[in-house]
Design a protein around this ligand. Structure first.
Ligand SMILES: CC(C)(COP(=O)(O)OP(=O)(O)OC[C@H]1O[C@@H](n2cnc3c(N)ncnc32)[C@H](O)[C@@H]1OP(=O)(O)O)[C@@H](O)C(=O)NCCC(=O)NCCS
Length: 202
């Protein structure tokens, strides 16, 4: 059966009821800017609202590079923040990563791609601009996040192509899909394993 990844895009400006636990409250309150505290609260409260019907009490454990996992549950989840938006991906069993990137104007994307990406991708970004950079970055970061790794270990992964190619990272294969994102953003989901999957948007 084809795996399904459920994806929610959360507009953190929408009024919400806060449902953070003590650890999440501690993390929220350590943020310096009130808008960052609001965004964190909105994203993590949404995550709890999504997970509780699925797994009951939400208990987190963390991987070696900080990836949060649902303790004692096969259910896999990942979260990304960008500007006023958050993206949440949930699936039954295969490790998942999601990434949402703001294609911020003003950065020198061509220079960043030359510095961090494989040469063919740097040329692609030089020709296509900020949104191409954001898309490739989102795909790389989605793979790294599915693996529970660090961003710096994923920037040379080749991810250009339409549709996105299969990617191998540390000996594991990942399947990538782009996600429809708000204007000015690009987003991608990566799922461990070579089998295709479908995305169900909420
Ligand atoms: C994982 C990583 C790529 C995410 O980068 P980011 O810019 O924070 O991106 P996103 O907003 O998309 O993702 C953040 C969320 O991913 C999850 N996350 C954290 N570490 C993760 C990891 N290693 N793998 C997958 N997901 C992770 C968390 O839910 C986090 O949200 P929260 O802080 O509100 O709980 C980056 O933090 C990283 O490389 N971490 C590894 C440890 C490290 O080197 N940290 C120094 C900072 S680069």
């Amino acid at each position: 059966m084809t795996a399904v990844v459920d994806v929610w895009l959360v507009d953190t400006r929408t009024p919400f009821e806060s449902t953070l636990d003590a650890e999440e409250l501690r993390r929220r309150d350590a943020l310096r800017l009130s808008e960052d505290r609001r965004r964190f609260d909105a994203a993590h409260s949404a995550l709890r609202r999504i997970l509780e019907p699925r797994v009951g009490a939400v208990r987190w454990s963390r991987g070696p590079n900080g990836k949060p996992h649902l303790a004692g549950e096969p259910c896999q989840v990942n979260l990304s923040h960008a500007g006023e938006w958050a993206a949440i991906a949930v699936t039954d069993a295969r490790p998942v990563g999601v990434d949402l990137q703001d294609a911020v104007a003003g950065l020198d994307y061509a220079a960043m791609a030359r510095r961090f990406f494989p040469p063919a991708e740097a040329e692609f970004v030089a020709a296509r601009g900020a949104e191409a950079f954001a898309l490739l970055w989102a795909r790389k970061e989605a793979v790294v996040k599915a693996a529970g790794d660090r961003l710096t270990r994923g920037l040379l992964l080749p991810v250009a192509g339409d549709p996105p190619p299969a990617v191998t990272h540390d000996g594991t294969g990942y399947t990538l899909a782009d996600l429809a994102a708000p204007d000015g953003f690009r987003a991608a989901v990566a799922l461990a394993g070579p089998e295709p999957f479908s995305i169900r948007r909420h």
